[in-house]
Design a protein around this ligand. Structure first.
Ligand code: 5GP
Length: 139
């Protein structure tokens, strides 16, 4: 399978559709997942086009993990989380639904199960408020 330039994250990267942005630099963007599995669920997305880990340039993989770590620490602080789940899916059989490489950074709370993957759309106001909290913790 090859990379499809019209996947939803490619459109977000080109500014063709909106997102609740938390952070952006020359190589990556971080925004809130519209169907959070836990409050504060964010996505760390390298700008370089690849479907997932299987076809990514190893240099991109090496560059993105430090940002994932930063966002994970900021997320723990911003949402007073007990832990953080980092997830990354590859191809439909691996659970992937959007075919542009990304890492899920999900705040976790003792005793709270994850909501379903690609479950319910969150209110825009809630996503905006959580984006601000995460942005502040990253600064
Ligand atoms: P995957 O299944 O590919 O690992 O994860 C894709 C994630 O993107 C899902 O958690 C889903 O909720 C999220 N998602 C799908 N469409 C959009 C969208 O248009 N905007 C944002 N911000 N997230 C999306």
């Amino acid at each position: 399978m090859s990379y499809d330039n019209n996947n939803i994250f490619a459109k977000i990267l080109r500014g063709e559709i909106p997102c609740h942005k938390v952070y952006e630099d020359a190589d990556a963007i971080v925004f809130m997942d519209v169907m959070p599995q836990s409050p504060g669920h964010a996505l760390v997305v390298p700008k370089a086009p690849s479907r997932n880990v299987l076809d990514a340039d190893p240099a991109v993989l090496a560059q993105i993990l430090p940002l994932v770590q930063k966002v994970a620490n900021a997320s723990k602080k911003a949402f007073a989380a007990d832990g953080i789940t980092v997830m990354q899916f590859n191809e439909p059989a691996g659970g992937q639904t959007v075919f542009h490489l990304h890492y899920h950074v999900i705040p976790r709370f003792e005793g709270a199960a994850l909501k379903p993957h690609t479950g319910k759309m969150e209110d825009s106001a809630v996503l905006a408020a959580n984006a601000e909290k995460l942005k502040a913790a990253l600064a």
